[in-house]
Design a protein around this ligand. Structure first.
Ligand code: NAP
Length: 488
């Protein structure tokens, strides 16, 4: 299995919050080496949390004014002598300049808070490097995922988790205790070999979003080109009409719902494929291929991007009448009518189509908003499994069906009008219907009693071709045992 949330061990990282073995530590003296941004924020937060703080600087006189008066700012060697726990708020490149302090640091706990500028920048993690420079010290990796700003902005703001690792359990517990008193949630990441992973975390740029964003961009590009050819290039080549003004709003607005609709169906398609695989192999214990695993893991992000495109489509649609081109077209139509002395242009079918089209569009957007809100961790955590699955699975599927109605009322009979085939290209909405209709059809098939029963049995652990033991009473009343295939 590669990447994503599935790559992380489920039981490996233990939240240390509420760990009875962690005792309050306030009042203890904590050392901070360095007087930069991080050291300053750390000192402020430590002082606010009730710790005594001693800061070790190469130039204490100059730096003292930057720290709260409760914190003592002194020379590095002096600071180190006064405490057993020292936060090293210095860049890795400068660790070697601390080697003069090796004797006074011996036997103490060093907290490595450093980050790198690139993922896997060095062969060994910064914490392991620090440990190699100071073998007589116990090094704990921690606090690097917290920014100086988060440290200053108080316990309720920003990221509350502090990932900690060390080869020494006692030292790790001491640092976890300090983190907890400071209002953070310490998370035990195991031994020092995890330091590299912890150091890479702040450098990752939206790892779970990469595939969904590329997917959305790819779909946008394809549909945009297709719409551009149909709405702008075709009239330009065939009728010498200049419709390039349509590119910024109209072409974009016909592209966005296509992306939103197809992306929404892509949230439910991997579930359908997974069910097909389970039905085919008759087991839930066979691993899905990696690409399907990855796809299943990214459904939330794909759904959120679908909502984003749908919301943009709604805003664009609301702004359509504001355009000058629209006003000119209205006036032009009115003048034409006056010249032709037409009094009634009301087309009952068109009126009804638009009313239904807009209404189902609004309902679909409302449902998508609900899905997006309930996928936020704080809301999702307040729902039980049944509520979450009802909203994300049942209401999500209803949103897909309603979006299909929205698309069909938009397209109406255009698929059967040969004038709509520009360069033999069918109207865009017919293309977007392909995947969603497949998903809807598959869901209907899976809900047929015979298939639904089989799928439910498979998901409860039943396997095709697996032999189970059975015990039968014999004619004499004695029990005889044997084996049979569970799917007979
Ligand atoms: P900074 O503002 O540049 O401070 C670094 C400090 O290191 C200096 O103020 C200096 O203090 C001290 N230092 C000790 N020996 C040094 C030497 N030989 N040359 C230069 N400076 C030396 O950096 P920072 O932003 O506070 O970051 C410090 C550490 O925290 C880094 O490892 C960084 O990766 C980590 N970190 C920072 C943040 C953040 O938001 N800033 C977040 C997470 C982790 P004296 O002059 O008083 O000795």
């Amino acid at each position: 299995m590669s990447g994503g949330d599935m790559a992380k061990p489920l039981l490996g990282h233990r939240s240390m919050e509420g760990d009875a073995s962690i005792a309050p530590a306030a009042g203890r003296t904590i050392g901070v080496l360095g007087s930069g941004d991080f050291a300053r924020s750390l000192a402020i937060r430590l002082v606010c949390s009730g710790f005594k703080v001693v800061v070790g600087s190469r130039n204490p006189k100059r730096k003292a004014g930057l720290f709260p008066s409760a914190a003592e700012v002194t020379f590095q060697a002096e600071a180190v002598k006064k405490t057993d726990v020292i936060f090293v708020a210095v860049f890795r490149e400068h660790y070697s300049t601390l080697c003069d302090l090796a004797d006074v640091l011996a036997g103490k706990i060093l907290v490595d808070v450093s980050n790198n500028t690139e993922i896997n920048h060095h062969k060994e993690s910064n914490a392991e490097y620090l440990a190699s420079l100071f073998p007589a010290c116990t090094v704990v990796k921690g606090f690097n995922v917290v920014s100086a700003w988060t440290l200053q902005s108080g316990a309720r703001d920003g990221n509350k988790q502090v990932l900690i690792c060390s080869n020494n359990q006692e030292a790790k517990r001491t640092v976890a205790e300090i983190a907890q008193v400071m209002g953070f949630t310490p998370v035990d990441m195991g031994c020092m070999s995890s330091a590299c992973e912890i150091e890479n975390i702040p450098l990752r740029l939206l790892p779970a979003w990469k595939i969904p964003i590329f997917l959305a961009l790819g779909l946008f590009l394809c549909f945009f080109t297709y719409n551009l050819v149909r709405q702008v290039i075709h009239p330009y080549i065939r009728e010498q009409k200049n419709k390039f003004y349509k590119i910024p709003v109209e072409v974009v607005n016909t592209t966005l719902p296509c992306v939103a609709y197809v992306m929404l169906s892509l949230v439910y398609l991997p579930g359908v494929l997974a069910a097909c695989s389970q039905l085919y192999y008759g087991t839930k214990y066979r691993r899905f291929p990696d690409w399907l695993d990855q796809w299943l893991q990214h459904r939330k992000q794909i759904g959120l991007l679908s909502f984003f495109c749908a919301a943009l489509h709604a805003v664009y649609s609301l702004c359509l009448p504001m355009r000058r081109s629209h006003r000119y077209q209205l006036i032009e139509t009115a003048v034409k009518q006056a010249v032709e002395k037409k009094m009634n242009i009301w087309v009952e079918e068109e009126v009804w189509r638009m009313e239904i089209y807009i209404s189902v569009g609004i309902i679909a957007l409302g449902l998508l908003s609900l899905l997006a809100i309930t996928s936020l961790p704080s809301i999702a955590n307040s729902l039980n499994w049944r509520e979450f699955s009802f909203i994300q699975s049942t209401l999500g599927f209803i949103a897909l069906v309603i979006s299909t109605l929205h698309t069909l009322t938009y397209g109406w009979s255009r698929a059967f009008d040969e004038n709509q085939y520009k360069f033999y290209l069918p109207p865009t909405y017919t293309l977007t219907l392909l995947v969603p209709c497949t998903v809807i059809l598959a869901k209907v098939v899976f809900n047929l009693p015979c298939i639904r029963q089989r799928l439910l049995r498979i998901r409860r652990g039943w396997e095709k071709g697996r032999y189970v033991k059975f015990v039968l009473p014999s004619a004499t009343g004695e029990y005889s045992s044997g084996e049979t295939s569970s799917n007979v």
